[in-house]
Design a binder for this molecule. Structure first.
Ligand SMILES: Cc1cc2nc3c(=O)[nH]c(=O)nc-3n(C[C@H](O)[C@H](O)[C@H](O)COP(=O)(O)OP(=O)(O)OC[C@H]3O[C@@H](n4cnc5c(N)ncnc54)[C@H](O)[C@@H]3O)c2cc1C
Length: 453
């Protein structure tokens, strides 16, 4: 039988030490709540860590801190001080030996695409009837927003590589806010106005910490208090009585009594850890939603710089990688003077050859991609390593969000369980949003604790 004193007696239990778990612990401590956080890995940061390879530093995927929530930006600035810097580095698409600005910008396209293509694109921009906000899937949305030519050149095959599903099976939400602002009116205003309005689309200005993105997680963990964090602590079971979680088992054999629990673990994993397990239909539903995983190839190079970009995208289907990023373009401290480091991202489904392919083969593909694009001549690579990013993002297939909503509804029966996080919530969200949500969630938990105290 549960009692309200559980909420007060036991510390707030946070499962997972990625950005969502750390932010929850950090804001909870600011409320004076007692916190304990369990993280399976040997370090905090989850999918937003910075790793070291000899003198080179790189993040687990190309990360930037978006300045979209003033209170969160202020909190992160307070944590990092002068180490958080504003960076201007535009991203581009590698296309037939040229570099096209991304997000797409009409003035840039005018300068870089052949006349025949431009004429077709312009005709499509004029002739396609615009239907606002009602696309059933990503392909329809991309065709509506850009017209068939632009969509096929730069968006559809890239999106299919990124998400591992046909564009007509992907939710329109996979686009995030990157297709905004290119309606007919802005297309022509921008084309006629020269480069003056271009910066709005470039998305090239963001914050980035001096020592890599993982510095945000590390600083948050410091402020939360390392004594409240246990790494190497894998949650292996969540015992419940149908209404409340009663115990969390750590590393198979250490039961821990719980009051309020915030889980940032993947939605499907929480359901799998429940003891007793959920009904068969819920388990089957959980099996039917999927996450994308990533493999990273990291190359240390004996040359000062490879690109001027935050990220360089490879839309072509024949290239196994989706993008390359060069950490030095975010902070010069990421590589020694005269050298640089690049990271190539390869999205995969587990149990496919893309996931099981030997590291050396993937590395060879990365090196030949750089050579094919004349970025290197061949002998510049002085170091290399690989990294896996599991549960990189939920695959937003058409219907998956509705399935996830049913799973979340099932979990709502546990009145001491909250979920927060990209995989926990099955949403394509970003770190600043997770901090904002953690702040709101801990406000609620603190208020609830006060009312039962
Ligand atoms: C390639 C890439 C680029 C990105 N770029 C950006 C960007 O530019 N800007 C941005 O804001 N966001 C970006 N993101 C998103 C950002 O990384 C995620 O939103 C963020 O990491 C999600 O945090 P989280 O805490 O929800 O999950 P995670 O980071 O996945 O953390 C979950 C944690 O739970 C732990 N865990 C799992 N199972 C257990 C268990 N059984 N017991 C205990 N612990 C467990 C994991 O080890 C992990 O540490 C990017 C992500 C990727 C993959």
């Amino acid at each position: 039988m549960s009692t309200n004193t559980d909420i007060v007696d036991a510390p707030l239990t946070v499962l997972g030490g990625g950005p969502a778990g750390l932010a929850t612990g950090f804001y909870a401590r600011r409320h004076g709540l007692d916190v304990r956080l369990f993280e399976a890995a040997d370090a905090v940061g989850g999918n937003a860590r910075t790793l070291q390879m000899g003198p080179f530093r790189y993040d687990t995927g190309a990360h930037r801190f978006h300045d979209k929530n003033p209170r969160v930006t202020a909190d992160v600035k307070a944590l990092l001080g002068d180490d958080l810097r504003r960076i201007d580095a535009p991203s581009q698409i590698a296309w037939r030996g040229r570099r096209i600005d991304f997000p797409l910008a009409p003035y840039d396209l005018l300068r870089k695409l052949p006349l025949s293509l431009l004429a077709r694109i312009a005709w499509e921009q004029l002739s396609i009837p615009r239907v606002a906000d009602d696309a059933d899937h990503f392909e329809e949305m991309a065709l509506q927003s850009y017209g068939p030519t632009l969509a096929r050149l730069f968006l559809l095959s890239y999106t299919e590589k990124l998400w591992g599903a046909n564009a007509d099976r992907l939710s329109p939400h996979v686009a995030g806010d990157r297709l905004e602002g290119l309606d007919l009116k802005t297309f022509f205003l921008e084309a006629l106005g020269g480069g003056t309005t271009k910066a709005r689309h470039l998305d090239g200005s963001f914050y980035y910490p001096k020592h890599g993105y993982g510095q945000i997680a590390e600083a948050t963990a410091e402020a939360l208090g390392r004594e409240h964090i246990r790494t190497g602590a894998r949650v292996s079971k969540l015992a419940h009585d149908g209404h409340r979680l009663r115990r969390v088992t750590i590393n198979e054999d250490e039961p821990v009594h719980t009051g309020t629990v915030v889980s940032t673990l993947p939605l499907t994993l929480i359901l799998r850890l429940l003891d007793p397990p959920p009904p068969d239909d819920i388990q089957a539903l959980a099996e039917s939603i999927r996450f994308r995983h990533l493999r990273l190839v990291v190359l240390g190079l004996d040359c000062p710089r490879l690109t001027p970009n935050a990220s360089l995208y490879f839309p072509h289907r024949s290239v196994p990688f989706t993008r390359l990023y060069e950490p030095k373009n975010r902070s010069p401290d990421m590589a020694p003077d005269g050298q640089t480091v690049v990271v190539l991202e390869r999205p995969c489904h587990p149990d496919t050859t893309a996931w099981t392919q030997p590291d050396d083969t993937l590395r060879a593909e990365a090196v030949s991609l750089l050579a094919d694009h004349s970025l290197i001549e061949g002998d510049e690579v002085v170091a290399s390593t690989h990294h896996e990013v599991p549960f990189a993002y939920p695959i937003l297939e058409v219907g998956a969000e509705e399935k996830a909503a049913r799973l979340k509804q099932y979990l709502d029966r546990f009145d001491n369980l909250y979920r927060l996080g990209r995989s926990a919530d099955f949403t394509y969200t970003h770190v600043h949003n997770l901090y904002a949500q953690a702040r709101r969630l801990t406000d609620r938990i603190a208020t609830r604790s006060e009312s039962v105290a």
